[in-house]
Design a protein around this ligand. Structure first.
Ligand code: RP5
Length: 164
């Protein structure tokens, strides 16, 4: 079994609808990862156990998604020096601005790299994780380059939307 290089954790199963886009992007890049629903508030002990376990098995990036109080990425970051990327979930209050502000306002000393709210952030967290891993693994760097080229080609193939 390939051990995960990326640990993807979300505060609730309700976050999966958004975070499946992160998982799909990691899969497309061939990055080994594992996903967990574990909450900073509802399952704090199990969360701590998983962080330690994933780190000991070789995880080099954590991606943590949460909404509402959105404490999860900060709580993960407090327990590891593995880089943590945070993905704020959309919410009924202010469209997820609440999650974004909660997540991004980490106290000095414990950083979390916060991405955009929702699907764009979920996809970008996977791409950024691949870029981080790509510093020492050229295959992931190459996968990111190809992804960018494909996205650019899509745009250039349809320059005039009125012709579609
Ligand atoms: C957060 O609360 C989760 O990350 C989720 O975005 C939000 C709502 O959770 P549920 O009530 O849907 O389980 O902890």
């Amino acid at each position: 079994m390939t051990e995960p290089l990326v640990g993807v954790v979300m505060g609730s199963a309700s976050d999966w609808e958004t975070m499946q886009h992160c998982a799909r992007q990691l899969e497309a890049f061939g990055v080994p990862f594992e996903t967990r629903v574990l909450s900073a508030h509802r399952t704090p002990r199990e969360l701590a156990d998983w962080i330690g376990d994933a780190e000991s098995r070789g995880a080099e990036v954590f991606i943590a998604a949460a909404g509402m109080a959105a404490a999860l990425p900060g709580v993960v970051a407090a327990q590891t020096t593995v880089p943590v990327l945070g993905v704020p979930m959309e919410s009924k209050l202010a469209g997820g601005l609440d999650s974004l502000l909660s997540m991004v306002q980490m106290p000095g000393g414990i950083p979390v790299g916060v991405l955009a709210v929702g699907k764009a952030g979920a996809v970008n967290s996977a791409i950024l994780a691949a870029q981080i891993l790509g510093r020492s693994r050229p295959e992931f760097d190459e996968a990111v380059r190809k992804h960018r080229e494909a996205k650019a080609a899509e745009i250039l193939a349809n320059l005039d939307p009125s012709e579609a």
